[in-house]
Write a protein that binds this ligand. Structure first.
Ligand SMILES: Nc1ncnc2c1ncn2[C@@H]1O[C@H](COP(=O)(O)OP(=O)(O)OP(=O)(O)O)[C@@H](O)[C@H]1O
Ligand SMILES: [Mg+2]
Length: 424
């Protein structure tokens, strides 16, 4: 039927489950979500939630099998940012299942449960176990959207992003190469959305290493501090792979790159709001902003070659950073380009003694592989996934994202509760 202009058009009734007009649901960041459903209805709700604009940046995966399937899945692989679990069991079944899952849950993973029972005691037990939200089935699309977005937008919600700063103890030691390869492993092997931020504005090589020549990048942000917000910084990212983005350095010399200590703060905050993993390629310099960037990072990886100057510098950086971050875990360090023919080297054991810590990795000098990767604009794992160094970069990615390879009882889910109890 053709409607004439005179006909009153009755609006389509709104879907019963649509969000109320005055409800504002903030979009979720680029998180990975895995749902383990028991019923096709819930699976369908999660599926269509994944298509909602507010979850446009998130990656949603669904499988059937509930908690049992989740335990099976995470026994040997890292957990995503959010796990949704549907259970049709009664209280005890859910709790036993969650306790089993807690053993395999990585720190930072949030758990949402969809259950059938509306029971305060059960709800309290779930909260005690660190479950972030409990929804009573049947759940609609918007319930799922609201729940997931709420995890990241509540006033007390932790920002999603974890900042890992990688810096060399000397120039040219391979810090950038290692930063780029670790970010690659985070994105491709751990399926975590990651961004490499190239802070070496004049000479940075991230664009070359990922074979990208984006027209814009970090300079556009740092020279326009008034415009910085999440959407603006988002537009400056260039996409390298499904999960990996780059905030590239201009690597041009028309401008001088002098910055105040806080120049990059707004950019890091904007990235933290949407990106789970932020890898900072920090140039080997010691000034207000590099110092501040390192002190404020969630994790620090210092890259050193096995010689005396590197040892001295690494020791000084360690001492400085430890005293500036007394309540954080220590920076990590790795040795790179180890075993260069004919070069006298300082042994890893001597580094460990001076720094009072073992290196998290010892990467061999391998000019053929690293040289070819650099000249081809490829990562080591892209050239050969079986290369021993690709495995090392994956282990470093796991370590720096808190996703350890050997799954042992870490009590990820239980941590908040335990921490509270210990404080009492
Ligand atoms: N393990 C290794 N074996 C052989 N060559 C390596 C290794 N690691 C890095 N390289 C090479 O060393 C050179 C310097 O690497 P890179 O640019 O990553 O160092 P950097 O510490 O970031 O330097 P800069 O101080 O200039 O920022 C590159 O050509 C890289 O391919
Ligand atoms: Mg570099």
């Amino acid at each position: 039927m053709i409607r004439t202009a005179l006909q009153t058009v009755t609006p389509e009734p709104e879907a019963p489950e649509a969000a109320a007009r005055d409800e504002h649901i903030a979009p979720a960041p680029r998180v990975s979500i895995q749902a383990f459903c028991e019923t096709v209805e819930s699976a369908a709700a999660v599926q269509s939630a994944g298509e909602d604009r507010r979850l446009g940046k998130a990656h949603v995966k669904i499988q059937m099998g509930g908690i049992t399937a989740a335990i099976e899945a995470y026994r040997g692989s890292p957990t995503p940012n959010v796990i949704m679990l549907e259970t049709d069991g009664r209280g005890d079944g859910i709790l036993t299942g969650l306790d089993a899952l807690a053993e395999f849950c990585d720190a930072g993973t949030r758990v949402v449960v969809i259950g059938r029972t509306n029971d305060v005691t059960l709800y309290r037990e779930l909260v005690r176990r660190g479950v972030s939200d409990y929804m009573i089935s049947p759940v609609g699309t918007i319930d799922v959207v609201r729940s997931i977005c709420g995890l990241f937008s509540a006033p007390d919600a932790k920002p999603v992003g974890r900042v890992v700063a990688v810096v060399g103890a000397k120039g040219g030691v391979g810090a950038s190469t290692i930063a780029h390869n670790i970010a690659w492993a985070m994105a491709s092997d751990l399926a975590l959305d990651s961004v490499v931020t190239d802070l070496d504005l004049a000479f940075g090589t991230a664009g070359l290493d990922y074979n990208q020549d984006p027209p814009q990048g970090i300079a556009d942000a740092v020279f326009s501090p008034d415009r910085i917000d999440t959407a603006f910084v988002d537009r400056l990212l260039s996409k390298c792979t499904d999960h990996l983005s780059l905030l590239a350095a201009p690597a041009t010399l028309e401008r001088a790159y002098d910055f105040g200590p806080e120049a990059f703060d707004g950019i890091f905050d904007a990235l933290r709001a949407t990106m789970p993993c932020i890898v900072l390629d920090v140039p080997h310099q010691w000034n207000g902003w590099t110092q501040r960037t390192l002190v404020n990072a969630d994790d620090i990886l210092i890259v050193a070659e096995p010689d005396l100057a590197n040892l001295r510098n690494a020791k000084n950086m360690f001492d400085y950073l430890r005293s500036a971050r007394v309540n954080d875990h220590r920076p990590s360090y790795c040795l790179n380009q180890v075993g260069m023919p004919k070069r006298p080297e300082i042994k890893p054991a001597d580094f460990a003694k001076a720094l009072e810590d073992q290196p998290v990795a010892i990467i061999p000098f391998d000019p053929q592989t690293f040289g070819a990767a650099a000249n081809n604009g490829q990562m080591i794992a892209e050239m050969s996934s079986s290369n021993r160094n690709a495995e090392i970069f994956l282990q470093l990615a796991q370590l720096l994202t808190g996703r350890s390879e050997v799954k042992k009882a870490k009590g990820g889910l239980l941590t908040p509760l335990l921490a509270k109890l210990m404080k009492k």
